[in-house]
Ligand binder design. Sequence first.
Ligand code: CMC
Length: 431
Amino acid sequence: MADTAKSATLTIGEQSYDLPIYSPTVGPDVVDIRKLYGQAGVFTYDPGFTSTASCDSTITFIDGDEGVLLHRGYPIDQLASKSHYLEVCYLLMYGELPTAAELEDFENTITRHTMIHEQMHNFFRGFRRDAHPMATMVGVVGAMSAFYHDSTDISDPRQREIASHRLIAKMPTIAAMAYKYSIGQPFVYPRNDLDYAANFLHMCFSVPAEKYEVNPILARAMDRIFTLHADHEQNASTSTVRLASSSGANPFACIAAGIACLWGPAHGGANQACLEMLKEIGSVDRIPEFIARAKDKNDPFRLMGFGHRVYKNRDPRATVMKQSADEVLDLLGVENNPILQVAKELEKQALEDPYFIDKKLFPNVDFYSGIILEAMGFPTSMFTPIFALSRTVGWVSQWKEQLADPQHKIGRPRQLYLGSAQRDYTDIENR
Ligand code: CMC
């Protein structure tokens, strides 16, 4: 944040205040209002943070109007087609693409941290079988702070590193165990000879009674889903992680907070909500009825998997995800699946409808990821846990960046108070 050559002037009554302006590498300038309250005695008002930069960051950049997503400067489509998830994890965490030796070392570290403390199995067994896997994940990830005391000292960079590796490595194991528990099957231990995505499929779909071969096309599609969800700058769950961390909370507690936030249907829960909506629509002839409902101001229904807070052009992740969806559907021969037919036709009709065109509502990444996961055989309740495990590296990278920033301080938004002014307590007999 060096560029203070430009400034803005805010005039309140007779008084003017100069506010420094900073220019980012790319993207809109930001006006620095940190001293505004001290100087002018006013707050700014921005519910939903639509115009507020909460931090500076070097990790991810989004240009929503142009449909651009860059991780450390690299476009997401190049990463999705040329790289793979663990390399992208390294890039997000350390800022540069790894050399072959660095990547091997990183993959080795992650692979050798995939098992969880055996006693944690008891945690899973404490949940009802029908618990949503996200509920289980919030609990179990939060509980990691009770098992890995040697990586909760946030003032120690080495402990921060170990906690980051543990989270990235163990999250697929935790998500797969949450799934296995929900269907009453035995937990499957990770296999170190498989790559990250293949190992996750193995832990979800193999059973001790028979051999399970991971299909490489499905493993590749899984890896792409992980890659495309790896980070997305200061979205709701990442901001939650940063806010939780700003108080000095331990990493496992912060990531558990991120998982809780991601669960909501306006964020990570959209992929599940989208598939449930497709099932509710049920057949192609009912699509116009649901499109009409989405357009009706008096009906709270929205087309799930459409629209985005930042992307007002195509979601670049959705473009890659659509290709993957086509590959997986081709492989599995599910083109006659009614849900997937509804998805294809809904996409077509919405993209031709003036309401969606005018409001720039395009299918987002979750529209296609849900279709792929459904075709792979995951129940809808597993969609958001898969998003959570993919996003863990983003949360962890942003958390590490925040703690390494000497300027970081506790997050404490202000408010526009509209309640009663001070008044005197009334005794109960006088009310
Ligand atoms: N269906 C119908 N109308 C919509 C939709 C939709 N999916 N999304 C937005 N609109 C309308 C909305 O009613 C509003 O209309 P008007 O201007 O007439 O009041 C206008 O478009 C702008 O919507 P908004 O709610 O002000 O926009 P936002 O930026 O606050 O919301 C969103 C973004 C993602 C929450 C919203 O588009 C939505 O609810 N989409 C469905 C849920 C979804 O798919 N979420 C996944 C996002 S991608 C994964 C992630 O990164 O978390």
